[in-house]
Design a protein around this ligand. Structure first.
Ligand SMILES: Cc1cc2nc3c(=O)[nH]c(=O)nc-3n(C[C@H](O)[C@H](O)[C@H](O)COP(=O)(O)O)c2cc1C
Length: 223
């Protein structure tokens, strides 16, 4: 089997958050199979800490690119969109024909919230002429909050297994099968859904207030 290299784009501004934890597991699983992987942080390129032009070699050396990103305000964050747009305008030639997949993760348990994020990634792949191998959606990333998956007991084991199956698919150039999504989907009993969402809303507002956003209900776009 040919050895492949995966370039993992950590799409979070938090370098030790849940997107990084997922990226780290993907990297380990990839290396366990004798392939290689490298993680880069999109935020470093957006903030100018790393130079975009230095990515050229990395792009050329990689067979597969993966975006692992959090959901911010119902879609991919601004700096991730900026990064993908830069790749389209500067690296279309280098990326054409390579494989691309994405993992979106959001704070709330409802995995359908990640659809705009995953659709944006699919659109990017199509735009640049890459092969879209599919997207995985995780709901409840805020509760993981950057913890390593191997420290999360049964829940972590299931996510690791889901990622393992997804990697087996992408390393063979296949679309990610539904088995992976089933394994990483957290089933929350109906009775617990409302209290959980209430808690998450409370927590988000508390965090917003702590960060100086007192008027979080203000809808600037309606003014
Ligand atoms: C500014 C901001 C906006 C967010 N918007 C959403 C959202 O629209 N829907 C959602 O389910 N979670 C939302 N979240 C929660 C994050 O997606 C979630 O906490 C995620 O696990 C963070 O990933 P990270 O640790 O890799 O940064 C938001 C978080 C922040 C900080």
């Amino acid at each position: 089997m040919t050895i492949k290299k995966i370039l993992i784009l950590n799409g979070s501004s938090r370098k030790k958050g849940t997107s990084f934890s997922f990226s780290r597991t993907i990297k380990t699983l990839c290396e366990d199979t004798g392939n290689s992987a490298e993680i880069i942080h999109v935020i470093d390129y957006f903030k100018g800490k790393e130079e975009l032009h230095q990515l050229k070699e990395l792009m050329l050396q990689s067979d597969i690119i993966a975006m692992v990103a959090p959901l911010y305000s119902d879609t991919l964050s601004y700096y991730d969109i900026w990064f993908l747009e830069r790749l389209v305008s500067e690296y279309s030639h280098e990326l054409r024909g390579k494989d691309f997949f994405a993992i979106g993760q959001c704070g709330f348990p409802d995995i359908t919230r990640n659809e705009p994020l995953l659709n944006t990634c699919r659109f990017f792949a199509e735009e640049v002429g890459m092969r879209w191998l599919g997207g995985l959606s995780y709901g409840g990333g805020a509760m993981i909050n950057g913890a390593f998956l191997e420290d999360l007991g049964k829940k972590g084991e299931k996510i690791i297994l889901g990622f393992k199956f997804a990697l087996e698919d992408v390393l063979q150039g296949h679309q990610i099968s539904s088995k992976s999504q089933e394994l990483i989907t957290v089933e929350i009993p109906k009775i617990l859904q409302w209290p959980l969402v209430a808690f998450l809303n409370y927590h988000t507002r508390k965090k917003a207030r702590e960060n100086g956003n007192i008027d979080y209900k203000r809808r600037a776009y309606l003014e």
